[in-house]
Design a protein around this ligand. Sequence first.
Ligand SMILES: [Zn+2]
Length: 89
Amino acid sequence: MQQHAAPETSTQAAEAKTTPASQPSQVAQPKYQVGDIVRMKKKHPCGSFTWEILRTGMDFRLKCTGCGHVIMLERKKFEKMSRGMVEHL
Ligand SMILES: [Zn+2]
């Protein structure tokens, strides 16, 4: 699955290549750090969508910001569920 942006519409500018004209908001691999708050696609039964990262690595440990419940999640699953939405608080 490729997530390339639509090809740039030519602006007839000679220096169009020096700076990317329209950059999609950071599609590059999001980096997760302990302490980051991530928003998941799925809602926790307590009603909260946001989780605090307690541990990163092959598995992520997350704490629900709503009720404090802690879960372990494979990195792949985490990235799927988090959609790369990370908020630094
Ligand atoms: Zn919860």
